[in-house]
Design a protein around this ligand. Structure first.
Ligand code: RTP
Ligand code: MG
Length: 156
């Protein structure tokens, strides 16, 4: 895999935020897998904001279930940085579907803390374009391009 220092947006979903053992375990996994946490906040989304964030899934059968979950309680939102952060965080999350996570990758976050296909504990960006959009959604003052340029100067 080619090394590429990236940012990704990670969300700990409401049911996991409410469960201290899950929250603690997820935070430990973030740190022990060498992610830098560049910014973090606790956010309560209005349903309309959750609908906007998940607009790409509007036609899916699980859309209403998803936005209801994501506006049901506080989220913990993090900007994570690492080489290949997007893929690395998605590997740590594990498969979307909880039965796949529990049976094929039980040591992943979703394998350990997923309760259902919707309540699968965590979210992660799926591309650099999504990461930039999602970071801007939750951290509008965070300059993704400026941050990338500063890192490129330091590592070159
Ligand atoms: P995410 O966006 O949360 O990181 O998850 P993902 O890429 O693995 O999965 P995606 O297809 O983008 O789905 C977004 C979220 O929708 C919920 N979902 N529910 N069968 C279902 O009930 C179902 N399928 C997906 C999950 O919460 C998923 O994370
Ligand atoms: Mg997704």
């Amino acid at each position: 895999m080619t090394k590429c220092f990236q940012l990704t947006l990670a969300i700990i979903k409401p049911h996991a935020v409410k469960m201290p053992s899950a929250l603690h375990s997820i935070r430990r996994k973030i740190i022990s897998n060498n992610f830098y946490v560049l910014n973090t906040k606790e956010v309560m989304l209005a349903k309309a904001d959750a609908e906007r964030f998940y607009g790409e899934h509007k036609q899916k059968f699980f859309y209403n279930r998803l936005v209801t979950l994501m506006s049901s309680g506080p989220l913990h939102v993090h900007i994570l940085a690492k080489d290949n952060a997007i893929q690395s965080w998605r590997e740590l999350m594990g498969p979307t579907k909880v039965y796949m996570a529990q049976f094929t990758q039980p040591a992943t976050i979703r394998g350990e803390h997923g309760l259902s296909d919707t309540r699968n504990a965590v979210h992660g960006s799926d591309s650099e374009t999504s990461a930039a959009r999602e970071i801007d959604f939750f951290f509008p003052g965070f300059n993704v391009d400026g941050w990338r340029e500063r890192v490129a100067k330091v590592v070159s």
